[in-house]
Design a protein around this ligand. Structure first.
Ligand code: PMP
Length: 350
């Protein structure tokens, strides 16, 4: 395909749309956007944020995109910002439509959003190692001709990365857009797919700040060819990323060292947690490249309830994987608390 020509991927009804353009012009008196000229609690608000809260945010999140572009060595127009990557999944499915294909079990929103938008979606079981079942996935690509494929790598809830060569096989054979969702990439030893974007024009990558300390800000981003970004931008709501989130994310990203050291601490605790879980009779943890560990046990739901009684909330994944629970890696103290409660709940400790 011609790079830059992505409209053939886009749903017919969206193709002729233009991205919303909010006029931005330096001026002395700004009276174009029906904002209030007044700033309630101005002093307090200024102290809190220093941002004029009576004005709409930068519709293009330019500073933030510039910063991310610099970090990832790509161009700002190869980035689309979302109110969390959830919102970008929504936009991708609105813009390109279905069928939407993904392996299962995986992040539930691919299916939920497809359903909400009335788009066909197909889940193809992972193989016994939780890797992509290449034969089945390629057969589904051929049969259903998906407009979109979502591959979460590392995968939520299994925690593993899919094999790169399997991902690339899907990218090569799919006629639609393949989105590699790298929400958990910072915790992984894999480099991820951003450096390969220029070689695979129908591939896009999703990232988020939610897992590295900024979940409350709701900041996610889509990375891909600028033509692809342009198509998805057609369905983006004009001011989807609020001003406080833009400012806080910029500030947060400035402290790369802090983020790195937290990510490192979590990865190291993940190793310790895995060894602890692995040593417990009746608990089978799965190797993880993310900030959580999936483990199976005899009666997961009963264990889940026992943990709640000890004040610990994990995620019961039994609906997707038989007798499996997912625990997020916390601080060393939180992890110790969890391990002790788990030992008690499984009868390994009084
Ligand atoms: N992708 C995956 C694989 C996830 O697990 C999550 C969060 N659970 C998201 C995307 C959404 O993240 P957010 O909307 O917070 O950016």
């Amino acid at each position: 395909m011609n790079k830059g020509d992505y409209s053939k991927y886009t749903k017919r009804s969206i193709r002729s749309l233009q991205p919303y353009q909010a006029k931005e012009m330096p001026c002395k008196v700004k009276l174009d956007a029906n904002e209030s000229p007044y700033r309630p609690l101005e002093e307090t608000m200024d102290k809190l944020s220093g941002i004029p809260l009576n004005r709409y945010p930068d519709p293009g999140a330019k500073e933030l995109r510039k910063t991310i572009a610099r970090d990832l060595k790509i161009a700002p127009d190869e980035i689309l910002m979302g109110n969390g990557s959830d919102e970008l999944i929504y936009y991708l499915i609105i813009a390109f439509g279905g069928p939407v294909l993904f392996p299962v079990p995986t992040f539930s929103m691919y299916g939920i959003i497809s359903r909400a938008l009335g788009e066909e979606h197909i889940g193809i079981p992972l193989d016994k190692d939780f890797d992509i079942d290449t034969g089945k996935m390629l057969a589904a690509v051929k049969k259903h001709k998906p407009k979109l494929v979502f591959l979460s790598s590392p995968n939520n809830p299994t925690g593993n990365c899919f094999s790169s060569d399997r991902i690339l096989k899907i990218v090569e054979q799919a006629k639609g857009i393949v989105v590699v969702d790298e929400a958990y990439q910072p915790f992984s030893s894999d480099k991820g797919f951003v450096p390969l974007l220029k070689d695979y024009p129908n591939m896009a990558v999703l990232r988020t700040l939610s897992k590295i300390g900024f979940a409350a800000l709701r900041v996610g981003f889509l990375l891909g060819d600028k033509g692809l970004v342009r198509e998805v931008n057609k369905v983006r709501l004009p001011f989807n990323l609020n001003a406080l989130s833009q400012a806080a994310a910029l500030e947060g990203l400035r402290d790369r060292r802090a983020i790195q050291s937290h990510v490192k601490a979590i990865a190291s605790e993940r190793g310790r947690m895995f060894r602890e879980l692995d040593a417990m009779p009746g608990i089978n943890p799965y190797p993880s490249e993310a900030n959580f560990i999936l483990f199976s046990t005899d009666n997961a739901h009963a264990l889940y309830l026992k943990l709640i009684r000890s004040g610990i909330l994990v995620r019961d994944m039994s609906g997707a994987i038989r007798n499996a629970l997912r625990v997020t890696i916390g601080t060393p103290e939180q992890n110790n608390f969890f391990i002790e409660a788990l030992k008690k709940a499984t009868g390994r400790k009084k």
